[in-house]
Design a protein around this ligand. Structure first.
Ligand code: NAD
Ligand code: MN
Length: 352
């Protein structure tokens, strides 16, 4: 098979990890007889500073024919974060109906969790985050005049279609895994949106009698991600809550530098997008020391989505073996001192 992949390295360490990982993905695929050709897009904050927009007006049209998109990260010290996020990632996830943001958290052998007593495989959960609406719907405004006090309104939007679009695959995953789904909301405080969400979860649950549903409020869920992460299997949550929980999921599994992410268009009308959970990391950008493994694992999930299981498994297994090997180079976030390219060079040697 052959695939055309759009590559958007973006800013900061997003750029650094994608530059290091892209050749590895192409070469490993080739070693399995899978032909990958990549087209690079220099969209991001530098383009915004030069031309006033992170991507061109016809950006989505230019991406539409690709089989998948690989994204690094966006975010620049000189550009407000709401500009970078709303100028690139959100238009793509929303424009391509990438309703499902699937983010696994796995504690690999050879990686220390900051949580005491947790070791190899003790943490093995996956969060299904609603990815196209909810709290990030971009509905609202700011009223300056006629009020003594200024007012800002930020509305959330929950539609049946986009909610079901993430709830159903979460149930599907739970029934294939350990049969347990944790539904995370804040239905006590947000009685409109979250009660609607809970109703949909309950309706869909009738189609999956084998799946046990646990309900948690997001504050308690955040605590339990730290207190008892081993008891989670599949977690489903809204856009904001899923965003927050998956940073916790990343760090309890060792580092954000190991946390992959997928933005899936469920009906496959449009390309899906694969990226690390992390951002552009101002504190280490430009140093060449970012952990590239979250991006490698995101690449594995991309091949999994494309149906190239052998490539996906090879990448995933090589990452696991390299992390388990004490003598292999590792980056500072997981206790080493290696550069980004040392890690991808070693991985390339293992794989090809
Ligand atoms: P961040 O994820 O960039 O960094 C958080 C912390 O984790 C930092 O200390 C960083 O050094 C560390 N870290 C993250 N990835 C790492 C890796 N691969 N290797 C080693 N250490 C790693 O989050 P932030 O600092 O809140 O945000 C920085 C910028 O990135 C902001 O502009 C933000 O808006 C943006 N951002 C973008 C995305 C995205 O493009 N999808 C996601 C999150 C944040
Ligand atoms: Mn995030």
């Amino acid at each position: 098979m052959s695939y055309d992949i759009a590559v958007i390295p973006g800013d900061g360490i997003g750029n650094e990890v994608v530059e290091a990982v892209e050749p590895l993905l192409v070469d490993v695929a080739a070693a399995h007889g899978v032909d990958v050709s990549t087209t690079w897009f220099d969209w991001g904050s530098q383009r915004y500073l030069d031309e006033g927009a992170l991507m061109p007006d016809d950006g989505l049209d230019r991406l539409e024919s690709f089989d998948a998109i690989l994204l690094g990260a966006v975010g620049h010290p000189d550009v407000p974060d709401h500009v970078t996020l709303r100028g690139l990632r959100l238009p793509i996830t929303k424009g391509f109906n990438q309703h499902v943001c699937k983010r696994p958290s796995y504690l690999f052998e050879g990686v220390d969790s900051p949580l005491k007593g947790y070791t190899d495989g003790d943490i093995d959960l996956v969060v299904y985050r609603q990815n196209t609406e909810g709290e990030y719907a971009d509905v609202g405004g700011r009223e300056h005049r006629g009020f003594e006090n200024e007012v800002a309104v930020q509305a959330s939007v929950f539609t049946r279609e986009a909610t079901e679009a993430v709830v159903r695959p979460a149930f599907e995953a739970a029934s294939e895994r350990d049969g347990k789904l944790t539904n995370v909301t804040k239905s006590n405080a947000q009685a409109h949106s979250m009660v609607f969400w809970d109703d949909i979860v309950e309706e869909v649950s009738e189609e999956y009698p084998d799946v046990e549903v646990e309900r948690l409020l997001v504050d308690a869920a955040s605590m339990d991600f730290v207190r008892r992460p081993d008891e989670f299997d599949v977690v489903v949550a809204s856009n904001l809550f899923g965003d927050i929980l998956t940073d916790i999921g990343g760090i309890i599994s060792g580092s954000l530098g190991l946390a992959p992410s997928t933005n899936i268009n469920p009906d496959r009308t449009y390309p899906s997008m694969f990226e690390p959970v992390h951002g552009s990391a101002f504190d280490i950008m430009g140093e060449g020391v970012a952990n590239p493994l979250a991006t490698v694992l995101s690449g594995a999930l991309m091949f999994d989505h494309l149906g190239e299981d052998a490539v996906a498994d090879a990448l995933h297994d090589a990452v696991a073996a390299q992390l388990a090997d004490n003598d292999a180079p590792r980056t500072a976030d997981i206790g080493g001192s290696a550069a980004t390219v040392d890690v991808t060079d070693e991985l390339t040697e293992r794989l090809i």
